[in-house]
Each structure stands twice: as structure tokens, then as C-alpha cells.
Design a protein. Structure first.
Length: 403
């Protein structure tokens, strides 16, 4: 194997003695060793080589590593460096052509081996340095979850979230220090979880079991209207499902939700895939709080919320792959700013319910084309002791793809 200046070696709980021949040679021949205090302590007190301990924020350490380019540097990491690990961070700055990565078994692989679960059939996520509310998006009946823990308190947080969501019967298994002599497994249910004597180094496995009568929330667009806190400014369920279909989210794309209301479009955009991103722009202070509350409750706490009036609030935002305009289409200059900002090949979707709004959309259509759809929904509602059809306000939807 051709030696490169930077190597990243995954280390298990069994320490350096568990490394293979190639990993051992990379560690032994490095001029500079980088890692946490726990990993650096494995080298022994008589190791006189230059060492770098991770600092906070981690970006400072990455910058220091880059200054060593051309010298032999070895980074010691936990488990698989590319599974929510430092390898992912380093690859944003160093091309793989300059780096050798030797993984150890990940916590997910080890947990599956202990539990007899198939890694291809489980949901995986990390709560290390991430909001616990992310878990909300992964909970459904029968789901098997593997969670990288932030510390000893994380299992209790997970148990509380599951219980409040109506999944108190879920089985929680905490796996401590897997692969080492101090490995331990603790099992219980979410509703009765009281275990506090937990090692900081742990992973959490959850088998989600819903309480009787609990209705699960799908990841597909069109959540029940009751899933949201709102003041009436809500894209209704049926229209929301059509709108998300028109926006056509794909992993890694960024949405601008302009005039976000209670945030339903941007939240459901993000729920379609963990790597979908969104920015919700709203000027009403009450609705801004609704957006924040809804994002936390529905598993998208990383939704970026911008307080301000469009189009001025749109300046200097990251380039979007898609834009949804759910309110304020008649604002002067809104289309020009949105169209200029939109990435080539991106989609712009706008919904209106007024004649003035339709006139504005037609003016936009005359400039760049696109297509119109009229969405008319009727719901059956009680009329006395009978049921009758009650029409919702028709929605005119304009869709255009930027050439």
C-alpha cells in the first residue's frame, strides 16, 4: 500500500492490540499522532512523538492537522471513522488520494452482532452533538433503531421521548464499552426506564412498540393537520401532499419555504430523508414559535428558521435547490429574487387562493413558463345528522423548473 501523509485508524475498545498489521504499521511509523486523551493514553508514557489532542470546536484541530501536510500524521479514531466519525470531517478538507483510512468495526456492527439484528434492516442515527428531537422522525411501530449515544444520560432522554410519543412499551437495550473487557448490556422498557449507572461510552438499541391506540406518523408527505400547532395558516393535508410531490425532494437538497406559516412544507420536506435541508422564512412572531415547536415535535430540529419579511429576508441565504412560496406572492420583487437565487434545474412551486395571487402567478408564467394546476378538495362533514361535502378553498398551484 502506497503511504500517504495522513492516516486515520479506527480503534476498538480492545485498544491498539486489536489492530491489524497495516493499522499497526501506520501508527508505529507516524511522526505525529492525533486523538482524544483516551486514545493517546494507549500509546504509553514513553512515546515521545508529537501529539495533538482534539480541541473544541473540532475545526481548530482540523486546521492544525492541515498545517502538518507533507509530514506523516496518524489520527486515532473510535470504531469506523466514516460512520459519524472524524473521517467524514477530514474528507471535507483532505482528498481521499492523500489519506489512508483503516476502520475498526462500528458500534452499529458490534450492536447487531450482540443482538442478532441485520444491519441492513435497522435505522441508524447519532445523538452525539445533535438534538435528541432527531429521534422523533425515526419512531414507528416495529422499527429497530441503533443510536450513538452522547453520554450516560442519553438512554434516559431516549426513554422519555419514546414514552411521551406513545411508545412506552418499546424495548431499550444499552450496550456499554462493546469489544472490551468491561462490556455490559442493560435492557428495559421505555416507560419503566430508571437505569442511571451507565458508562459514558454506550450505544442504544430500541425496538419500537406502540402503545394501544397510538396512531403512527408516516414519513410520507401529508401528515394529519392535527400534527401541527397553528393558527389556521396551514397548508392542508391533501394540498400539502400534492405540493411536496411537486417540489420532488431528493437527498441533500435545500428548500426555501417562503411565507412558511407553521412550517408544514419545510418540515415534511426534511422528513422525507435525513439529508434534506430547509430554511423556513416567516415574519409573524407567533408563527415563528409554531415553526420551532413543530420542527422539534416532528423530528426536524435542524430546520433553519429566518425571521423577516420577504423578499428582503431572502438576501444572502444559501443557494436553494427548490423554493416554495406559500404566502406573500404579491410582494414587490419576490419573484425576481427567488428566480435569480434558484439553482439551475431547480423547482419553484407557488400556491395561491386569491384572484390577485393568480394574476401575479400568470405574470410570472409569461416570463418563464411552467404549468398550472387547480387543486380542489372536498371533505365529508356532518350536516345535522347526515354527512355532506364541504369544499375547501381551491388552490392554484404554479410549477416551473429553471433551465
Amino acid at each position: 500500500m502506497r503511504r500517504k501523509w495522513l492516516s486515520v485508524v479506527g480503534v476498538g475498545e480492545d485498544g491498539l492490540q486489536g489492530l491489524g498489521a497495516i493499522a499497526c504499521s501506520l501508527v508505529a511509523e507516524a511522526e505525529i499522532i492525533v486523538g482524544g486523551e483516551r486514545h493517546l493514553a494507549m500509546l504509553g508514557k514513553d512515546d515521545a512523538r508529537e501529539k495533538l489532542v482534539w480541541c473544541s470546536p473540532i475545526s481548530g484541530s482540523v486546521e492544525a492537522i492541515l498545517q502538518f501536510r507533507g509530514r506523516s500524521v496518524c489520527v486515532l479514531a473510535s470504531g469506523d471513522p466514516l460512520c459519524y466519525g472524524i473521517g467524514v470531517t477530514l474528507l471535507r478538507c483532505v482528498p481521499i488520494s492523500e489519506m489512508t483510512i483503516i476502520p475498526a468495526p462500528s458500534a452499529f456492527s458490534l450492536a447487531c452482532a450482540r443482538l442478532g439484528w441485520s444491519l441492513t434492516e435497522v435505522e441508524t442515527l447519532s445523538l452525539c452533538g445533535r438534538p435528541p428531537a432527531l429521534l422523533q422522525c425515526y419512531i414507528y411501530p416495529g422499527a429497530r433503531l441503533l443510536i450513538l449515544s452522547a453520554g450516560k444520560s442519553t438512554p434516559g432522554v431516549v426513554a422519555e421521548i419514546l414514552t411521551k410519543r406513545g411508545f412506552g412499551n418499546s424495548v431499550i437495550t444499552v450496550l456499554e464499552r462493546m469489544g472490551g473487557v468491561h462490556e455490559r448490556i442493560v435492557t428495559g422498557t421505555a416507560a419503566s426506564w430508571q437505569e442511571t449507572d451507565i458508562a459514558d461510552l454506550n450505544a442504544i438499541a430500541v425496538h419500537c412498540i406502540a402503545d394501544a391506540g397510538v396512531l403512527p406518523l408516516s414519513r410520507l408527505p401529508g401528515l394529519p393537520d392535527e400534527a401541527y400547532h397553528h393558527d389556521g395558516q396551514l397548508t392542508k393535508r391533501e394540498v400539502r401532499a400534492v405540493t411536496l410531490s411537486s417540489l420532488a425532494p431528493t437527498p441533500g437538497q435545500l428548500l426555501w419555504d417562503v411565507g412558511a406559516g407553521c412550517g408544514s412544507i419545510s418540515i415534511e420536506w426534511m422528513r422525507t430523508h435525513p439529508r434534506c435541508q430547509a430554511i423556513a422564512i416567516e415574519q409573524n412572531s407567533t408563527r415563528l414559535q409554531y415553526i420551532a415547536d413543530n420542527a422539534t415535535a416532528l423530528g426536524t430540529p435542524n430546520l433553519k428558521i429566518i425571521a423577516g419579511k420577504s423578499p428582503s429576508a431572502l438576501k444572502d441565504l444559501p443557494t436553494p435547490d427548490a423554493i416554495f412560496i406559500g404566502g406573500g406572492v404579491t410582494a414587490d420583487g419576490l419573484f425576481d429574487i427567488c428566480w435569480q437565487a434558484l439553482r439551475p434545474g431547480g423547482r419553484l412551486v407557488a400556491n395561491v387562493v386569491t384572484i390577485e395571487g393568480e394574476q401575479t402567478l400568470f405574470q410570472w408564467y409569461q416570463k418563464v413558463g411552467g404549468s398550472f394546476t387547480r387543486i380542489a378538495i372536498q371533505r365529508a362533514e356532518p350536516i345535522g345528522k347526515f354527512l355532506g361535502w364541504r369544499a375547501m378553498a381551491p388552490v392554484t398551484q404554479w410549477i416551473v423548473v429553471k433551465d
